[in-house]
Each structure stands twice: as structure tokens, then as C-alpha cells.
Design a binder for this molecule. Structure first.
Ligand code: FES
Ligand SMILES: [Fe+2]
Length: 337
């Protein structure tokens, strides 16, 4: 399992953490999350120093997490503050600090810093989430796949006509040019002369007869962003963040965000149904792909039309090795979509 350290990952939607502790796997770390006496979200490794019990099976007492086995209590920094079986005057064992992880609540989610040391920046901000004039909702989806297969899928255009027939592309494939630019922590595909989307979702939302701008973007460590815009007034952004729970189990948080010059009745309801349907089709496809990889291995054949997968794999591999990809590359390719 490839792990990219020193990044923020979503551990859970904010609403999942109330007064009870919760356990979440994040990129190979098993965490207990709880709220301290000020309501601030805290994260510790979910293992009691005494006999290894899961703290998440315990409860929160005065802002500390209490182990369910013998009642040892830890504060939000991971310090052992109480050993109930000791007599007054006896000190709890010193130096029994549990590993703690920085937590930030942003854009309605709990983000955890996975890595060594203190965070060097804040979590990723979902593009246009909360901006005036923009509307959004989130979807949380579990994929039985690797992070890389998810990331490639979210930014892969050629599969759409096969996996999502009629939903956002239909008719003849048309030659299209794309410019792919890779930098140190991102790779972007700009589609230079793409015909406007034709499926019934886009037809409802987007105007006819205007030029469509479309970009697909990967951002380290595990974020994708797809932008469609028509002039200044129409914008649609789909941002997805991947958190690896365990080998080939990935939870994806997707923000669907849009801006239109007029309101369309029931649009939000329609979009939820429509996007859920699209994502389900990808979940099913990636589940089978994962089973195939388990059986036959991951030997791939690349073509020019596989715009971003190789770049995503390269940036992630370099990052996992603690290296920065410093060579910017730009290439223009032709494909039929
Ligand atoms: S195992 Fe946690 S207090 Fe004993
Ligand atoms: Fe898809």
C-alpha cells in the first residue's frame, strides 16, 4: 500500500463526530477521534499504552478519552492523565504519551495530518465551496480499488461513453486536442476544442451554442478536480478526495459545486440522483478491475489517450519517496472523445 506522508486526509465528515469517540483508518494509521472539553476534534493512535485496548471502544470523560478496559485516560495531546487503580499520591507512569495527530475541521470534514512533525500548510479547500453564488453538496462513496485506479478513473474521459452511456456523452467520437501540463504537485489536462457535452444531464444544466471549457486536474496527494465552464456565468466543478482505509478500500469525498445565472427547480435533487448513478457505475467497474488485478497483476498498456494515469503514478511515487518532481512537462496529444 503506497503511503504519501506529510499531507492532510479526510478522516470523516464532521457530522460523524459528536460526543462519542469514533475509530477511522487513514492511510495505514488507525485513529480514535474525539472532542475535548472545548469541543475541539482530537485524534490519537487508537491503542491504549497499558494493554493495547482500542480507545475508541471507550468513552469521553471531561474532554479526555477513557480506555474501556481499566479506565486509563488520555487528553487530546495524548498525555496519560489518569490511572484509576493507583492510590492517591502514586503518579501515573511518565512518558506514556500516545501519538497524536493534528486535526482541522474544514469544509464540513475532519482532516487529519498524516506525517512527521507539524503541518506545513492547511488542508485542501474544495474549490468554490461556500463561495457566494455557488451551490454544493457532498457525496461519500466507498470504492474497492486502489487510490491510483480511483484517481485515474475520475479524470479519464474515454471510459465515459462505455461506462456511463447517454449520461454525459453520446454520438460519434470526435477528434479533440488536449494539452497536458505536469508540475511538481499537479498535472492538468486542458481540452482545447472539445464539443460540448451531449448527455441529458449536461443538456439540462448548460446553455447551447457557447464554447465549453473543460480541464481535468490531479493534485497531490489524492485529489482530483474536473471543471466545466461556459462563459463567465456557468460553472461546474467536481472535486474528489481519496482516503485509503485499507488495502484496496478507498473512501472518496466528492464535492459537486456549480454556479448558474438562473435557478432550475429541483436541480439539486436531480444532480444528487444523477451523480450517484454515475458514481455507482464507476464503483462497479473498479471493483471488477480490482479483482482482475488481484488475479492477473497490474500489467498495463498505455496509449496517448490515457492522458493522466502515468503522470499521477509518477507524482505519487516520487512523493512517497520523499522527492519533489521538479521537471515541468507540457505535451499536446490528439484523442477521440
Ligand atoms: S488496556 Fe487500557 S487501561 Fe488497561
Ligand atoms: Fe466514470
Amino acid at each position: 500500500m503506497l503511503r504519501l506522508n506529510d499531507h492532510w486526509y479526510i478522516a470523516a465528515p464532521r457530522r460523524e463526530l459528536s460526543s462519542e469517540p469514533i475509530r477511522r483508518n487513514v492511510e495505514g494509521e488507525v485513529l480514535v477521534l474525539f472532542r475535548d472539553e472545548t469541543g475541539t476534534a482530537r485524534a490519537l493512535r487508537d491503542r491504549c499504552a497499558h494493554r493495547g485496548m482500542a480507545l475508541s471502544e471507550g468513552r469521553v470523560v471531561d474532554g479526555t478519552i477513557e480506555c474501556p478496559y481499566h479506565g486509563w485516560r488520555y487528553d487530546g495531546a495524548g498525555d496519560l492523565v489518569e490511572v484509576p487503580a493507583l492510590c492517591p499520591g502514586e503518579c501515573p507512569p511518565q512518558g506514556r504519551r500516545m501519538q497524536s495527530f493534528s486535526v482541522v475541521e474544514q469544509d464540513d470534514h475532519l482532516w487529519v495530518w498524516i506525517g512527521s512533525g507539524e503541518p506545513t500548510s492547511g488542508p485542501y479547500h474544495f474549490t468554490h465551496y461556500g463561495d457566494p453564488g455557488w451551490r454544493s453538496f457532498f457525496m461519500n462513496t466507498r470504492f474497492e480499488a486502489t487510490v491510483e485506479d480511483c484517481l485515474e478513473n475520475f479524470l479519464d474521459v474515454p471510459h465515459t461513453i462505455f461506462v456511463h452511456p447517454g449520461l454525459f456523452r453520446r454520438g460519434e467520437l470526435a477528434p479533440t486536442r488536449a494539452r497536458v501540463t505536469r508540475e511538481s504537485d499537479t498535472v492538468v489536462a486542458e481540452f482545447l476544442n472539445e464539443a460540448p457535452l451531449q448527455g441529458w444531464g449536461p443538456r439540462l444544466v448548460f446553455p447551447k451554442g457557447t464554447v465549453m471549457r473543460h480541464t481535468d486536474r490531479f493534485i497531490l496527494p489524492s485529489i482530483t478536480r474536473v471543471d466545466y465552464s461556459f462563459g463567465e456565468e456557468y460553472g461546474f466543478v467536481i472535486t474528489s478526495q481519496c482516503t485509503q482505509r485499507e488495502e484496496s478500500v478507498v473512501d472518496v469525498t466528492t464535492a459537486i459545486t456549480w454556479r448558474l445565472p438562473r435557478s432550475i427547480p429541483m436541480l439539486s435533487t436531480f444532480l444528487r440522483w444523477y451523480c450517484r448513478r454515475v458514481i455507482r457505475q464507476d464503483v462497479d467497474m473498479l471493483r471488477v478491475q480490482g479483482q482482475q488485478h488481484a488475479l492477473f497483476g497490474r500489467a498495463f498498456t498505455h496509449t496517448e489517450a490515457d492522458l493522466l494515469g502515468r503522470h499521477i503514478a509518477r507524482l505519487r511515487r516520487r512523493s512517497a519517496e520523499g522527492l519533489v518532481e521538479d521537471k515541468k512537462t507540457v505535451e499536446e496529444v490528439q484523442l477521440r472523445i
